[in-house]
Design a binder for this molecule. Structure first.
Ligand code: NI
Length: 227
C-alpha cells in the first residue's frame, strides 16, 4: 500500500528545517547507497549523524509520533534516524530497490526495511522533475507532494526519482521496521482501524459493535505483531 499523509510538518517547521539545511555543507548521496543504488544515484545529503541531521531528525520523529494516520498505516517498531537529501538541476535517482537491512549508525541495532518514507521539504512549485515514481503490481505511481507531506510505500517496491530540470528538491527520507511484517496484513489492519474510527465518530465510542471491532483489531495485532 502506498499512502500520502498531509501536514506532518507545519509550514513553520519546514521553514526552520530549510534554514538549518541552507547553513551547512552537504556530501555525495552515494554514501548511504549499496553498489547497485550507487551506480544510478546522483544527489547530495546532509552528513549522516551530523548535528544538523540529528536536530532535524528529532523534529521529524516528533512529528511522526503525533500523526495518528502515520502510526495507523505504518505500525512502526523501529524508525531509522531520518536522512536529508537535495536533488539539484541534473540530479536523479534511477530505478532501484532499497537495501533490506540497515544498521543504525553507532548502535548494535539493525532494522529490516519494511516501509520507505519520503517527507517533502520543498514546495512542488520550487522545482520541475523530481517526481518519486513507485512501481507496484497495479502500475507506476508518481508522487510529488506539498512541503510537510509524506509518502509511505513498501520498501519491496522498485522506485526512482526523475531528473530535476529546474530548481531543487529537498526532502527527508528514511526507512522503518513495522510491527506487522507483511504489507497485506498491514493494509488490512489500516483499513480496519480507519473503519473503526469512522464508525466511532458516527455511533460513539461505547457502541457495542465498535467495541467488538476494536477487540478484533487488537486481537489481530496480537496475532501478527512483532513487538
Ligand atoms: Ni530508494
Amino acid at each position: 500500500m502506498l499512502i500520502c499523509i498531509p501536514g506532518v510538518l507545519s509550514k513553520d517547521e519546514v521553514r526552520h528545517c530549510r534554514k538549518v539545511m541552507d547553513a551547512v555543507s552537504w556530501v555525495d548521496g552515494r554514501v548511504t547507497a549499496g553498489p547497485q543504488s550507487a551506480s544510478v544515484k546522483k544527489n547530495t545529503q546532509l552528513p549522516e549523524g551530523s548535528a544538523a541531521a540529528r536536530e532535524l531528525g528529532e523534529i521529524v520523529l516528533a512529528a511522526l509520533a503525533r500523526t495518528p494516520l502515520f502510526v495507523s498505516a505504518a505500525v512502526p517498531l523501529r524508525i531509522f534516524p531520518p536522512l536529508f537529501n537535495r536533488y539539484s538541476e541534473g540530479d536523479f535517482f534511477g530505478t532501484h530497490v532499497d537495501g533490506s537491512i540497515r544498521a543504525i549508525p553507532g548502535t548494535a541495532t539493525r532494522i529490516r526495511t519494511d516501509l520507505s518514507v519520503t517527507l517533502f521539504l520543498a514546495e512542488p512549485e520550487e522545482y520541475d522533475g523530481g517526481e518519486l515514481v513507485v512501481e507496484d503490481k497495479y502500475g507506476s505511481h508518481e508522487v510529488k507532494l506539498p512541503a510537510g507531506d509524506l509518502v509511505l510505500y513498501p520498501s519491496t517496491s522498485l522506485h526512482h526519482v526523475t531528473p530535476i530540470t529546474r530548481g531543487a528538491r529537498v526532502a527527508s527520507f528514511f526507512w522503518l521496521q513495522s510491527m506487522i511484517r507483511g504489507d497485506n496484513e498491514r493494509t488490512l489492519l489500516f483499513d480496519l482501524d480507519q473503519t473503526i474510527q469512522d464508525l466511532t465518530m458516527e455511533k460513539g465510542i461505547e457502541d457495542p459493535a465498535c467495541v467488538r471491532l476494536t477487540g478484533i483489531y487488537h486481537n489481530l495485532i496480537r496475532l501478527w505483531a512483532e513487538a
